[in-house]
Design a protein around this ligand. Structure first.
Ligand code: GUN
Length: 291
């Protein structure tokens, strides 16, 4: 049976580390790190992610600036809000929750975030540096970073390993592939146009599943002993629950846990890491500005 990687417990340990750092910033420099979380519209999943990120901030003593903008707002108004946050010295990190409504060009908005406050690492310059050998972005995207933290804190080395990433989104698939590459893994991305994905996944020592398809990856697609990180968060009907649904990953967890060396559950795997690493970046950034 696979070891279950407890993302909740690992995230809790990291939160304690952040809370200590925030306390010392306040004692030594009388400074409170601030994170602005911007949400446009009322998408249910985004509202839930944003509320978890804000809660994580308050738990570790970071000041959260809650910017809730209406769905119909113009791109220019969102950009103006970003500029205002760039100029606010109490704000050390800015996160614009994605996706934005269709009438707003995401790249135009993300490019306006000051790169020094781009704690999500989605500014084209930070992504560009992530993609270059020998260059380091100021910040790395939090979900991909959370995936690597889970592996390294579970004692799994990445150097020379075969890693297969399932999915090529700008938020997870692509940046996690770049991070794995920087960690000297041999990386393959499979996506909706890949032929025989299963056979490629079977070769992986490390599988990162970020396809957004419930239970797509079956137990017999996994190499015995592989490490499996499941980024998928898919709601499926479950009449036995009060809510009428439950969350499952992109990996068939029951099957995978019979074959893999270790596997993350959904919920309780990658999710808590994403929400924890965001305040971490804001706090590190506040600390940096003391030097
Ligand atoms: N939407 C889904 N995941 C993320 C994330 O990690 N950051 C942002 N900004 N938006 C998201």
């Amino acid at each position: 049976m696979a070891t279950i990687i407890d993302g909740k417990a690992i995230a809790q340990t990291i939160r304690k580390e952040i809370a200590d750092e925030v306390r010392s910033l306040s004692q030594n420099y009388n400074k409170v790190p601030g994170l602005a979380v911007v949400i446009v519209g009322m998408r249910k999943d985004s509202l839930s992610y944003v509320s978890m990120k804000r809660k994580a901030c308050s738990e570790v003593g970071i000041r959260s600036f809650d910017i809730d903008l209406p769905e119909q707002i113009s791109e220019a108004e969102v950009v103006a809000k970003v500029h205002e946050l760039n100029n606010n010295p109490d704000v050390h990190g800015i996160l614009v929750q994605l996706p934005l409504p269709k009438h707003i060009n995401e790249e135009n908005v993300l490019s306006e975030i000051s790169i020094e406050k781009d704690v999500d690492g989605f500014h084209p310059l930070n992504i560009g540096k992530l993609a270059m050998k020998g260059r380091e972005p100021l910040f790395q995207p939090c979900t991909p970073k959370g995936c690597l933290e889970l592996l390294t804190r579970s004692g799994i080395s990445l150097k020379s390993k075969r890693a297969v990433v399932v999915g090529r989104s700008n938020i997870v698939g692509l940046p996690v592939s770049l991070l794995l590459l920087k960690a000297d893994a041999t990386v393959t991305i499979v996506h909706s146009h890949t032929l025989n994905s299963e056979n490629i996944i079977r070769e992986a020592d490390i599988v990162i599943a970020a396809a957004g398809q419930a239970k797509m990856i079956k137990g017999d697609w996994i190499k015995p002993g592989a490490a499996v990180i499941d980024v998928g968060t898919n709601a499926i009907d479950d009449p036995s629950r009060k809510s009428g649904y439950r969350l499952v990953g992109d990996v068939d967890f029951e099957e995978a846990s019979m074959v893999a060396g270790c596997v993350t559950p959904v919920p309780g795997g990658v999710g808590p890491m994403t929400t924890t690493l965001i305040p971490n970046c804001a706090s590190l950034n506040a600390a940096d500005t003391n030097e």
